[in-house]
Ligand binder design. Structure first.
Ligand SMILES: NC(=O)c1ccc[n+]([C@@H]2O[C@H](COP(=O)([O-])OP(=O)(O)OC[C@H]3O[C@@H](n4cnc5c(N)ncnc54)[C@H](OP(=O)(O)O)[C@@H]3O)[C@@H](O)[C@H]2O)c1
Length: 203
């Protein structure tokens, strides 16, 4: 398969590449690294990226861009909430919408979400949780009406083992998961037949 991997240089992206590389052709994309450059927060950049690429069998997204604005709810505003909605949520939604005509029949989209359940709530993350929950709903709804047998699934990890140093202080006591396990969920989505699934990792 020809697989576009957006966010290929990150923790999750590198693990996905390690999982899939021997079996498939990976085209890595990122804002600053990769075979092709794209900013998922810029719709024109997504359109331009697809125009430069051959027909694909799968699109895997391993980035939420800026992901969201971290602050207590009392310090949030509509403008701050837009950060997560325009990056993690609509950035990935636009990768799907503009990719529809660039992926072969039966191909797949795999997006990255995260936690949003009550037991995983951490302070200051309401913008990210909002985007994560909306991605769950988008994937579930889109899966039943994508054309040409196209499939879509969401990988929704808890904090990565690899990110404990950076973010562990917000998630004390919560389970973590290795990037390699997250990458296997991408393999299940891309190399399997499932559709409309949310793979929750680390609970
Ligand atoms: N890390 C965690 O614990 C965790 C837990 C749950 C969910 N997630 C989700 O998983 C995603 C990836 O996590 P990670 O730890 O692998 O992140 P990471 O190590 O920070 O890597 C981010 C990747 O995304 C690319 N990127 C950043 N902004 C972009 C943009 N606007 N457009 C296109 N590419 C962009 C970066 O490449 P360039 O430098 O080339 O731009 C890099 O390859 C997160 O964004 C988050 O949504 C992460």
């Amino acid at each position: 398969m020809k697989i576009l991997l957006i966010g290929g240089s990150g923790n999750i992206g590198r693990a996905i590449a390690a999982e899939l590389d021997g079996r498939h052709e990976i085209i890595a994309a990122g804002r600053q690294h990769g075979d092709v450059r794209v900013d998922i927060e810029d719709e024109a950049s997504i359109i331009a990226m697809y125009q430069r690429l051959p027909e694909l069998d799968a699109v895997a997204v391993a980035t939420g861009g800026r992901n969201g604005h971290l602050a207590p709810v009392a310090e949030m505003s509509a403008a701050r909430y837009r950060v997560g909605l325009e990056s993690k949520l609509l950035g990935q939604v636009n990768v799907v919408l503009h990719g529809l005509n660039h992926v072969r029949d039966g191909g797949s989209f795999t997006l990255v979400g995260g936690v949003s359940d009550a037991q995983s709530i951490a302070p200051q993350f309401s913008n990210v949780y909002m985007a994560n929950a909306a991605l769950d709903a988008f994937v579930t709804a889109a899966a039943v009406e994508l054309p040409r047998g196209l499939r879509i699934n969401l990988v929704a990890p808890q904090l990565l083992d690899e990110s404990v140093e950076a973010y562990g202080a917000w998630f004390r006591g919560m389970p973590t998961t290795p990037a390699a396990s997250v990458a296997r969920a991408y393999s299940l989505s891309i190399e399997g037949m499932q559709n409309g699934q949310v793979y929750r990792l680390g609970r």
